[in-house]
Write a protein that binds this ligand. Sequence first.
Ligand code: ZN
Ligand code: ZN
Length: 274
Amino acid sequence: MTLIDSHCHLDSEDFNADREAVIARALEAGVERMVAIGSGDGPPDLEVAVRLADTHACILATVGVHPHDASKATDETYRRLAELLTHPKVIALGEIGLDYHYDHSPRATQRAVFVEQMRVAQDAKKPIVIHTREAWEDTFELLEKHWKPTGLPGIMHCFSGSPAEAQRSLDLGFYLSFGGIVTFPKALEIQAAARMAPADRLLIETDAPFLAPVPRRGKRNEPSFIVETARQLADLRGVAPEAIARITCENFRRLFGDVGWAVLPASRPTGRLV
Ligand SMILES: [Zn+2]
Ligand SMILES: [Zn+2]
């Protein structure tokens, strides 16, 4: 079974002791690509994921300012993001969006930085990866106004809404990326969304080191655990795990094209490049 982890934080200090072993375990489990999310601790360092992509064939990267760090963004940040989006292994801008649960940055600042980054992504013609928490209405409003007219796609990362919110995301042309939460017994709404989502809009992710799937819940999450999420999606949809693996890989490649593959010597996992 070949899988792609569409969203993980491999730069996290939780992996400092054994990062290479974590990556090796993922490859061993069939995770042929991992998208390292470049949010890190926020600006000025925007390259936490790029550094990993530069040194590992199996890792692709994003760049972007997480809503938590919105107050740290400056004009220089947007200029640098635009520059980094031309890197051959940087496939999307993210994670960006709104987090009204933690409110680490003022909401007005979060909205302004979100909109500004959509502009940067539009100029680069790159998809966006959305983080939204307790902020669905404002997220949809801003996406409908500033993103839908671009005709470009996006990903709802760690989708954690209801079927109604799934439908609104789909209407915007978004892909739904399901993470470990979909395996939690009480996540009935998310499971309902996972059942109704069209097969050609499904992606899976770990969001490692956060939100490990059952039966690893509560432990540090890592990309190899994505197999559990694939199994759960397969159960919910009444198909084989291999079918979920195949369709999510196909969707990923349709969304990102050959970006990230073209620079590699072979389409099978090659582990470290240097
Ligand atoms: Zn997130
Ligand atoms: Zn994340």
